[in-house]
Design a binder for this molecule. Structure first.
Ligand SMILES: CC(C)(COP(=O)(O)OP(=O)(O)OC[C@H]1O[C@@H](n2cnc3c(N)ncnc32)[C@H](O)[C@@H]1OP(=O)(O)O)[C@@H](O)C(=O)NCCC(=O)NCCS
Length: 147
């Protein structure tokens, strides 16, 4: 079973390849012994004023490679690269797992009243917390179509 549905691996991979959502983003991966172990997708998001933002999605590690730090390493390096080299100040994601995982990387859940889903928590990592209220409202309203 793949993709939360009764798909075979081939069916799931075909759906991923055809997905407009997945084609819009840039995939980053970690390989170990020439095999893909972990991946994440990065989307460009609209800017609020001059604050540059990206969305992160589909973080996943191969089942038998989990709990070895791969996702943490991938997430941390994406944050560092985009923050330092591209001056991205705002990172947005929808957590479908316990939000504590992402809190370690500086993400915080946006206000409950702005959350749109029951099964996913919108979280933002932002440098310069003085704008957070404005930022969380903006991305709650303007980011869903990217994920
Ligand atoms: C969640 C996931 C990406 C973690 O990948 P990983 O490579 O095992 O993660 P790491 O080894 O870097 O980190 C392990 C830590 O994450 C924690 N963790 C793992 N799964 C978790 C979950 N579902 N909720 C919260 N924390 C979780 C572990 O407890 C561990 O904590 P520790 O360091 O205190 O022991 C992986 O379990 C996965 O692919 N899950 C299915 C896809 C998914 O749900 N992705 C998240 C979408 S928002």
């Amino acid at each position: 079973m793949f993709g939360g549905k009764n798909y075979s691996l081939d069916e799931y991979m075909n759906e991923c390849r055809d997905s407009i959502k997945y084609q819009k983003g840039i995939w980053y991966i970690i390989e170990h012994n020439h095999k893909l172990v972990s991946s994440i997708i990065v989307y460009s998001l609209p800017s609020l004023d001059n604050l540059l933002a990206i969305g992160l999605g589909s973080l996943a590690t191969k089942h038998d490679e989990r709990l070895r730090g791969y996702s943490s390493k991938l997430l941390q390096s994406i944050i560092e690269e985009y923050q330092k080299k591209l001056k991205i100040s705002t990172f947005v994601l929808y957590a479908e797992i316990n939000t504590k995982f992402y809190e370690r990387f500086g993400f915080q859940a946006i206000n409950q009243s702005l959350q749109k889903y029951n099964n996913a928590t919108c979280m933002i990592r932002h440098i310069g917390y003085e704008n957070f209220r404005q930022i969380e409202k903006f991305y709650a309203e303007n980011s869903i179509c990217y994920f």
